[in-house]
Design a binder for this molecule. Structure first.
Ligand SMILES: Nc1ncnc2c1ncn2[C@@H]1O[C@H](COP(=O)(O)OP(=O)(O)OP(=O)(O)O)[C@@H](O)[C@H]1O
Length: 284
């Protein structure tokens, strides 16, 4: 499904949670939506899933606005950090409701995941541990097979092994059937290899939208004496710079060969490190 974000802003009293963002997600891919706390990620995902309205602009999915649009919301599943389900329901009732709601629901997958996460079907949501509640969210998100599946930091309370199960299952499912997955996380180093495209929000603005492969190949660290590096990076897009004992290292976009032919040391930056730097505030 094609997602067209057109000049979207969202204002809460004094706060500009989103500030005139525009972009298009054309293809089913695994998108990483990154940004510091308060950058606007959750707000964006809530507008995309039809839960709230933009203050200005709109998001169109295959040409339609998801707000209050049941036909369209059958194609979108948003799993948040917590409070995804009514507390008095039993796990099995939650699963029944979602199985009924999503025409694409995959019960075999749900059964497999329930076993994997050892979830008690008769337990009430309010009695689940944080990790178990997250597991239930993950089961619903993956089993919905919704063409647009959105995970907003869905792993609170899950230990490393349980998170790995989630990532493995997500990739396995995605390989069998591609769908648009939008994944917001602060655990960048754990999941960055999964992303095919990365979007970064900063103070409600979109500051980067790039294919992960391009990021992997087009950013590098160049090091050398401060003056030489300064001279070299003058006309380049600098992500970050560090100085130590007369030497400078700068992280920049571009062709690494240029740095080498200028006699400077250049090496690749691991993608997770690059993303972590990019989500930090850019230098003035
Ligand atoms: N319902 C609300 N009422 C008032 N302000 C809100 C509301 N929801 C979000 N905000 C504000 O909008 C801004 C963006 O919040 P949002 O939750 O979208 O960020 P985020 O990138 O998801 O952050 P985090 O990584 O901490 O979850 C923040 O300044 C936040 O305080």
């Amino acid at each position: 499904m094609k997602i067209n974000v057109k000049n979207v802003s969202k204002t809460y009293k004094e706060t500009n949670a989103l500030d005139n963002i525009s972009f298009t997600l054309e293809e089913p891919k695994i998108y990483g939506l990154l940004g510091r706390n308060g950058a606007g990620k959750t707000t964006f995902m809530e507008i995309l899933s039809g839960q709230i309205l933009a203050s200005e602009g709109e998001i169109l999915i295959d040409g339609n606005n998801p707000f209050d649009n049941q036909l369209l919301t059958e194609s979108i599943c948003l799993i948040k950090e917590g409070d995804n389900f009514k507390k008095d329901l039993k796990v099995k009732n939650v699963l029944q409701i979602y199985a009924y709601f999503y025409p694409t629901w995959d019960q075999d997958l749900a059964d497999e995941l329930i076993e994997e996460y050892n979830l008690n079907l008769n337990a009430k949501v309010k009695t689940l541990s944080k990790g178990m509640a997250s597991a239930l969210g993950i089961i619903v998100g993956l089993s919905s097979k919704a063409p647009i599946t959105i995970f907003d930091e869905p792993y609170i309370g899950l230990d490393a092994a349980a998170r790995k199960t989630f990532y493995d299952m997500l990739l396995e499912e995605y390989e069998t059937e591609k769908r648009t997955i939008i994944f917001s996380t602060h655990l960048i180093d754990e999941v960055s290899l999964m992303f095919e495209e990365v979007l970064i929000l900063q103070d409600g603005k979109l500051v980067l939208k790039e294919e992960a492969d391009v990021l992997r190949n087009q950013a590098y660290a160049v090091s050398g004496p401060i003056q030489d590096v300064e001279q070299f990076i003058k006309d380049k897009e600098v992500i970050k710079r560090k100085e130590l004992a007369g030497m400078m290292t700068a992280y920049i976009y571009g062709d690494m060969e240029q740095a080498k032919s200028a006699g400077l040391t250049a090496e690749g930056i691991p993608i997770q490190e690059l993303m972590i730097y990019l989500t930090e505030k850019k230098e003035a």
